[in-house]
Design a binder for this molecule. Sequence first.
Ligand code: FES
Ligand code: FE2
Length: 400
Amino acid sequence: MQRHEQLRLLELLAHGIANNLSADAGGITRAPVSDYTCPDLLRREQAVFFRQTPLLLGLSQDLPEPGSYVATSETGSPILMTRDDAGRFRAFLNVCRHRGTQVVADGRGRRDRFTCPFHAWTYRNSGALIAINREARFGCIDKENHGLVELPAQERHGMLWVRPQPGDGFDVGELLGGLGAEMDSWKLAIHPFAEEQTIEADINWKLALDTFGENYHFDVLHKETLAAEILGNLQTSDAFGLNYRMCFMSKRAYNYMQEHKLSLDSVPFRRVTLSVYFIYPNVILLMDPAGVDLLRMVPHPTDPARSTTHHRFYADPEMVEAVKKHRAEHGDGHAPESRFVGFNRIVVDEDYAMGASTQKCALSGAQTHYTFGRNEPALRHYHNAHRRGLGLPELDLAAG
Ligand code: FES
Ligand SMILES: [Fe+2]
């Protein structure tokens, strides 16, 4: 993010603190409860968002060197992502051209060839079919036309993008709606992968996104946890095409700055804020002092009331160096606690538990609409972005 943009956001946040203000959606939005429960809508979402739309499936350091691979079925299609021998990012349908078995088990590692577990056909990380077991007995086929089916894939700004079905390429700059340079400024490409987890929840996948769509709830739901770290009911609000960014202020850092009379431009932006990006259609990126969380929310294949959150954490390289130095100097031999311990105390035990309550009530048919406040502009943005993607009318804004 450009320094002048950082300063603009910090000033907005400081102004909000001084005047008890936050970003304003301009009115109240009513959103249909059926968006979270309708099986027909789910089928359309699956077809449009998780088949046709290019998705952000990882960051560059998921594939740190030639020969690295990641296999994932998170979109509903088995996908194999590789960095080939020339260092190029590639993606394939992870489906054997013989009898259609998944070639590589979901996971990550380093391998430049993959042998199918059923009859041992072997593919290179370029997708080429290089060996057919007992070829003379099998019969003669044209190996050149039986490589793994390649998917449109691009590596830009330290991000790995894949369209889950074969077809035309795509323009990442267009998808990011002007966020490309800002993503470069976060240096995503050099954030090392640290750990990953999968969270199954009894909530619609958009309810999982909504969890990261406002901080109006921080002082209530998270009063014993996150409220000590981040100022609640205070955010910036900026849209970038279908994507969105909001920034929150660190409570501790702000109090420290006040105490020591530090000016806004004297502190590194990342150390005093939490930046939350919605990357259309299903990703939340969290940038905080420790690193980057990449959360991909995906629906259950048939049940609108269930979803999976695929979560990876990539450490800030500067923090990694600082921790290494500290350890070398102080001889601290303890393994650091997983980031997910504290994260899950907030997101799983508090946010997703509240989401499960919301989902249960949605299924009860108790009401037809929810109300998004003026202080919840991201929710309005997320839902309208999805509606645009599906060709549905956008939600009305009512005075309030
Ligand atoms: S299905 Fe893969 S080798 Fe037969
Ligand atoms: Fe929360």
